[in-house]
Write a protein that binds this ligand. Structure first.
Ligand code: NAD
Ligand code: ZN
Length: 342
């Protein structure tokens, strides 16, 4: 089969012929229909310091996908050929304290598909049955292909109650923009989002943001005053990984404000801890998706009208992957879909 492989410890990916994977007794074999490119795949393409210490070479990459089950292992009773599915990319150990308690997203020993086990940028992918998420057959397949990052947005945004609250999101990348739609759907009042990229801020406004703020030319406090907000934001979602964005966020929170942090800073970040202490802020770190409450909420929100399609800016054939990665690198793209059928 064809697959996008990190073949050598160097920049880039290679389209290779590799053997089709064989499902074990607890696995399903999925014929991949569509995939999407994630920031993680960009790190792997660029072969940065994180990728060099994390990715064993050679490795089939990719973890955002939708496809159809074609075969199931002999222990698998709950899935059958023909079902339309995506997969939770974090494979948990099942035996640690948190796994045993049913808090699988807190597993201390996860492995990741397309990171340290074979991924989904391929014609076929094998997944443990515990990682399979079934879609309704009529779901938009491009939307189904981005459930993984949508789940990051949902996990982060739904960390704290949103009904009637004012939300500040720092970072209008694909995940920040999807979080805008989630906050709107969940009944927030103002959803304000910051970035340094006007194209992405426009996209965020199209997805329901009250205001996009280009922090190079406008301050959060000005917008807050324009919106008549006296006491700061109730909920903050850090989705940029940028240290100064995080510092902006801390300053803009109301007393007792709640912050969920998804963005991954490249290095240590210094903050004014007095703001956290005297304003009694709560800061929660977010990794991955809740298994499977985030997935359940995603399916339900899509069914009840949340529309993610504006975030999908490119639909390409997998043989055009170099173009897709270049578009992602340009910072102009939302989500880039690669089609693996014919
Ligand atoms: P992205 O890199 O596409 O988006 C980040 C955005 O932040 C960009 O649009 C960038 O222009 C913007 N930005 C840069 N400087 C800024 C500033 N000073 N103020 C406001 N915005 C600024 O990333 P993404 O794919 O949307 O992911 C968002 C973040 O979440 C990334 O840091 C990513 O690494 C992280 N992430 C974490 C997890 C997890 O499990 N914790 C999972 C996926 C992604
Ligand atoms: Zn575990």
């Amino acid at each position: 089969m064809k697959a996008l492989v990190k073949k050598e410890a160097a920049e880039g990916l290679w389209l290779e012929d590799v053997p089709e994977p064989k499902p074990g007794i607890n696995d399903v074999l999925i014929k991949v229909d569509r995939t999407a490119i994630c920031g993680t795949d960009m790190h792997i393409w660029n072969w940065d310091a994180w990728a060099q210490k994390t990715i064993p070479v050679p490795m089939i990459v990719g973890h955002e996908f939708v496809g159809e089950i074609v075969e199931v292992g002999s222990n698998v009773n709950d899935f059958r050929a023909g079902q339309l599915v995506s997969g939770e990319g974090h494979v948990v150990c099942g035996r640690c304290r948190n796994c045993m308690a049913g808090r699988r997203h807190l597993c201390a020993d996860t492995s990741g598909i397309g990171v340290n086990r074979p991924g989904a940028f391929a014609e076929y992918v094998v997944l443990p049955m515990a990682n399979v998420w079934e879609h309704r057959p009529d779901i938009d397949r491009d939307v189904a292909a981005i459930f993984d990052p949508f789940g990051n947005a949902v996990h982060t945004a739904l960390s704290f109650p949103l009904l009637g609250e004012d939300v500040l999101i720092t970072g209008a990348g694909p995940i920040g923009i999807m979080a805008v739609a989630v906050c709107r759907h969940a009944g927030a009042r103002h959803v304000v989002i910051t970035d340094v990229n006007p194209d992405r801020l426009k996209l965020a406004e199209n997805m329901g943001a009250t205001r996009g703020i280009d922090v190079r030319t406008e301050s959060i406090s000005e917008v807050q005053a324009q919106l008549g907000m006296k006491e700061g934001f109730d909920v903050g979602l850090e989705m940029s990984g940028n240290p100064s964005a995080f510092r902006d966020l801390l300053k803009a929170m109301c007393h007792g404000g709640k912050i969920a942090m998804l963005g991954i800073p490249p290095e240590d970040v210094a903050i004014d801890w007095n703001t956290v202490i005297f304003n009694m802020l709560t800061i929660k770190g977010i990794y991955g998706r809740e298994m499977y409450e985030s997935w359940y909420k995603m399916s339900v929100m899509v069914e009840s009208g949340l529309d993610l399609t504006p975030i999908i800016t490119h639909r390409l054939h997998y043989t055009e992957f170099e173009h897709g990665f270049a578009e992602m690198k340009s910072g102009k793209a939302g989500k880039v879909i690669l089609n693996w059928l014919d």
